[in-house]
Design a binder for this molecule. Structure first.
Ligand code: PGA
Length: 249
């Protein structure tokens, strides 16, 4: 049985004070949930968020990392630094990172390895653009991204890993993939994982859907058998709407 996991990707939003005010309002709203809940604030708010989340079951994620352990990489943050700031997860390969910051399947793979090395669980994002979908390339793109992400990894590394299917055309646009469209791609990803591991990983790994998830569509998405949670951008920025997503059903 896969326990649902719902994560808030705050992107470049919220100061420390805004983060603390959010957490204060949010925690009582989700205290009854059995779903795993993850917040990904900006780096600058991680340490304060970690302190504020002490004693709760809400986990923290970084939004990105560098694959080297340390070194002369101005502006970058390592896996060990994220773990030290209280993270247990890190988002890797978000389409905004791929699109605006030159991330490739190769760097995604290096980042996954660095995260695992430091004891962080990666939330690995994959997804096709509108042009790719319209050209009938969705399956090929997802296969390339999943295979690229997993290259050189051992089966045992993947146990706690989370994948997020985020069609680029659905991110921040208000256009959600239909539950059937999302469910179809999730099913493909599960088959790819099964082929990779041959040890039941295809069934055990959790796959989130992301792209304009809101309180109004979470139930239909979660009703799909292969959708195990959500990666939420815009609708995660307010405690009220994100808690309604977390408390789906
Ligand atoms: P959105 O973003 O929910 O605002 O579409 C999702 C994401 O980018 O992870």
């Amino acid at each position: 049985m896969r326990n649902p996991i719902i994560a808030a990707n705050w992107k470049m939003f919220k100061t420390v004070d805004e983060t603390l005010a959010y957490i204060e309002e949010f925690l009582p709203l989700v205290s009854g949930t059995g779903t795993e809940v993850v917040l990904a604030p900006p780096f600058t708010a991680l340490k304060a968020a970690s302190a504020a989340l002490t004693g709760s079951r809400v986990q923290l994620a970084g939004q990105n990392l560098h694959w080297e352990a340390d070194g002369a990489y101005t502006g970058e943050v390592s896996a060990r630094m994220l773990a030290d700031a209280g993270c247990s997860y890190v988002i890797i390969g978000h389409s905004e990172r791929r699109q605006y910051f030159g991330e490739t399947d190769e760097t995604v793979n290096l980042k996954i390895k660095a995260a695992l090395e430091a004891g962080l669980e990666p939330i690995v994002c994959v997804g096709e653009s509108l042009e790719e979908r319209e050209a009938g390339q969705t399956l090929n793109v997802i296969r390339r991204q999943v295979n690229g992400a997993l290259t050189g990894l051992k089966k045992e590394h993947l146990d706690g890993m989370v994948l997020a299917y985020e069609p680029i055309w659905a991110i921040g646009t208000g256009l959600t993939a239909t539950p059937e469209q999302a469910g179809e791609v999730h099913g493909w990803i599960r088959e790819m994982l099964a082929a990779f591991s041959q040890n039941g990983l295809g069934q055990s790994i959790r796959i989130q859907y992301g792209g304009s998830v809101k309180p109004e569509n979470i139930n239909d998405l979660m009703a799909q058998p292969d959708i195990d949670g959500a990666l939420v951008g815009g609708a995660s920025l307010k405690p009220d709407s994100f808690s309604r997503i977390v408390n789906f059903r």
